[in-house]
Design a protein around this ligand. Sequence first.
Ligand code: BJW
Ligand code: ZN
Length: 240
Amino acid sequence: MGLPRIAVLTGAGVSAASGIPTFRDAAGGLWRQHRAEDLATPQAFARAPKLVWEFYDHRRQRIAGCRPNPAHAILAEMDTRLPDFTLVTQNIDGLHLQAGSRRVLHLHGNIWQIKCVFCDYRQENRQVPLSPLPPRCPECGDLLRPDVVWFGETLPWAELQQAARAFERADLALVVGTSAVVYPAAELPFYTRHRGGEILEFNTEATPLSPHATSWFGPSAETLPRWWAQFCAEQGLARG
Ligand code: BJW
Ligand code: ZN
């Protein structure tokens, strides 16, 4: 029998050990008395673009100084060692690419990409801090916004389709560091399970997915390398 087909879904917890606060952070998820959920909406941006940009600029500054951790590194290694492997992330921090993963399906966009609310203008922008805020489109003068997916917005169609197909055909779904409450990402592991596959969850806490999964509780920077070492030994896979 060949190696199992594996699909992975990551969330903010995979980057916690790199120093990036999770979305619904332990500190109550508050930034200047605002809940992150209330700022990550098109309505908040329409009402207060400067405030929303200050929130994203703050996070860009934080992320800019962070490096991938051992969990990102293991996922990059899996990418090179497994013949059928798909990495899907809800994260916007770019750390999977920095760790060397070659192909990453980004469901919620990228914090280093910005786009115009009106025309097709898009750019990669790594300036930290970003100034002036809010930035304006050089083509039409309208507002630029982070190229991320806010609540009520649709996910990039091609990425979502590829992610759904990968989870459907997977023998094993690994779910790493996500609260598994944001849809449609949260339903992907069930595609694997409905076809007879297994879900493994790596999280410091139980989530709504836990009753349907085998849980590896603890920081994923520790549990994922441990699981991978065990998997390689069981499969007779040499470490690269
Ligand atoms: C560790 C750890 C360590 C800590 N090691 N683990 C079906 C049912 C109900 C609602 C909906 C539904 N379908 C759609 C909706 C609406 C909505 C939704 O899901 N709402 C629910 C919250 C109720 N979904 C949408 O609006 C989506 N769009 C959509 O569906 O379009 C079609 C449509 C439109 C309109 C109506 C209906 C349908 C879009 C969702 C976009 C989400 N965007 C965000 C912001 C991105 C930009 C930004 O970052 O600012 O994405 S929200 C936020 O949540 C962010 C994250 O990617 C996402 C997931 O969070 P994540 O990664 O799980 O982080 P946390 O903080 O929640 O959890 C961290 C976890 O790590 C915890 O479990 C910790 O325990 C763990 N952890 N340290 C391992 N060291
Ligand atoms: Zn424009």
